[in-house]
Design a protein. Structure first.
Length: 493
């Protein structure tokens, strides 16, 4: 049975519910504009009713309309026993269908729907979710289910953390040792399997294609120059002292770092980035840049020589040199550069988009200086490895973040100038998996916090009401139930 209220999450930009007399229950016959033909298989699968090529006969119409502004926008009218969904782009049509699916009930080809008129478009262009598959490997099957979940939330970026101290998870053909050695973690735990696997290039292509069909851009992250123990364990020459070590088995910030003095490190990075750029058709590559401890750089003769040759005052400036140089390589292969907020240390390359994660302060500073920013602060907002509640029985660590905390986060933080607001591209929810071994646990930690954050990503924060959101969330949980999601069911605040 459908809900006679507007029960869509994320909330549409504007809507008007019509009277009872406009509700209907009838046999669906669907017409799809030929411009959306490429979407058809995915659409029909989504919307399981008979199709027709005769517009006159159809009572469900998916139409191209060039007057609709924005690639992700749509209008949806359910009125007088007809559903009319219009968009100027397949992404807009896709999002309209997500709304329609939440509004309607479709059973054996019959459609029940409330009368409503919706005009919708997103508040932010960057609506992201990051999953760390280094600390614990997540299967291709589980990631595809995760992408299905992103799609119903109208989330359009999947940030895929592929390498870290505890595992190198992406096949690089030129350097097979990266996955042969770097994906294997020797752990004395029952879950060794989840920590000892990698994504083949065929797996990656399959994920990217699946995401594209759902209008999700996949962002690969190779975390450098720190968080590189798995890479160095595979190729010891990447370190300052050709150090022989194992893939990290413990958590925390490790001091293993790629040498910034050796030319061979930059050659290796060029080769790796070349293969990654070919695998991911999206516009971006994320180079990490976070938590790089510089002990090795301080004592490495080659790193010290690099600083002297380049006129660099300290190792923070050496990090800046490193990031700028790798950024140029990423640009050379036609991609834009993303980095965690530490990339701002020692001077930031002009065109790096900054992920503000230790709070909003660096994001505010970067935006005010004219850099594009993604807001994803860890405390009480966007880190889903934190506990839902301050309760010793709840899983999670490093902080407490209730569903309401996430919902309440405003990415247009205090201190951002009027002019700089346009540089806040959007919001992202991040899930680090040090303590998350299974896809089912991942679902528990992410949902419905990401559901709450999707409301901010798509609708924004103006004129909202927590109680009203909670009502819609009740209906939305039925969707999550139908998809077999192991979401968190405890207190929301
Ligand atoms: Zn060095």
């Amino acid at each position: 049975m459908y809900n006679k209220n507007m029960n869509i999450i994320p909330r549409p930009k504007s809507y008007k519910l019509l009277g009872e007399e406009d509700n209907f229950n009838l046999e669906g016959l669907l017409f799809i504009d030929r411009l959306f033909e490429t979407e058809k298989s995915c659409l029909v699968e989504h919307f399981n009713v008979q199709t027709t090529t005769d517009l006159e006969k159809a009572n469900i119409k998916f139409l191209y309309n060039k007057d609709i502004k924005g690639d992700e926008s749509y209008t949806l009218n359910i009125y007088k026993e007809t559903i009319t969904l219009c968009a100027n782009n397949s992404a807009g049509l896709f999002y309209g269908i997500q709304s329609l699916k939440q509004l309607c009930c479709i059973n054996d080809g019959r459609v029940e729907a409330p009368g409503i008129i919706i005009t919708d478009s997103p508040r932010f262009t960057w609506r992201g979710a990051m999953v760390d598959t280094s600390r614990h490997f997540m299967s291709v099957k589980s990631l595809k289910k995760f992408l299905d979940l992103l799609a119903i939330h109208k989330i359009n970026k999947f940030h895929w953390h592929l390498t870290d101290d505890q595992g190198w998870r992406i096949e690089i053909k030129k350097y097979p040792e990266l996955t042969k050695i770097g994906s294997k973690r020797v752990l004395n735990t029952v879950k060794e399997y989840y920590s000892s696997d990698f994504y083949s290039q065929e797996d990656i292509k399959s994920i990217v294609k699946y995401a594209m069909e759902r209008h999700i851009e996949v962002i690969p992250e190779i975390d450098i120059p720190g968080h590189s123990t798995a890479a160095i364990a595979s190729i010891k020459e990447l370190s300052c002292i050709n150090e022989e070590l194992n893939v990290a088995t413990t958590w925390g910030v490790h001091n293993k770092i790629l040498c910034a003095g050796k030319e061979s490190v930059f050659t290796w990075l060029d080769d790796v980035i070349k293969e990654i750029a070919e695998l991911f058709p999206g516009r971006y590559i994320h180079l990490g840049g976070d938590e790089a401890l510089k002990d090795y750089w301080e004592s490495c003769p080659l790193c010290q020589k690099r600083m002297e040759d380049e006129g660099l005052e300290n190792t923070k400036e050496l990090q800046s040199y490193f990031i700028k140089r790798v950024s140029k390589t990423i640009n050379k292969y036609g991609k834009k550069v993303l980095g965690w907020e530490e990339v701002i240390e020692g001077g930031l390359a002009d065109d790096i988009t900054v992920f503000s994660w230790q709070g909003v302060e660096v994001g505010v500073e970067a935006a005010n200086k004219g850099h594009d920013v993604i807001m994803c602060p860890n405390q009480s907002a966007c880190y889903f490895d934190h506990k839902h509640l301050d309760d010793e029985d709840e899983p999670g660590w490093l902080g407490v973040c209730s569903v309401k905390d996430t919902w309440s986060f405003n990415p247009i933080a205090e201190g951002i100038t009027e002019e700089a607001k346009k540089h806040i591209l959007g919001v992202q929810g991040n899930t680090w998996t040090e303590l998350i071994m299974y896809p089912k646990t991942l679902e528990y930690m992410v949902f419905p916090r990401l559901t709450a954050l999707s409301e901010t990503m798509w609708y924004g924060v103006e004129d909202r009401d927590w109680e009203e959101f909670k009502n819609r969330l009740k209906s939305f949980k039925l969707t999550l139930d139908n998809m077999g999601v192991n979401y968190y069911r405890g207190d929301l605040e």
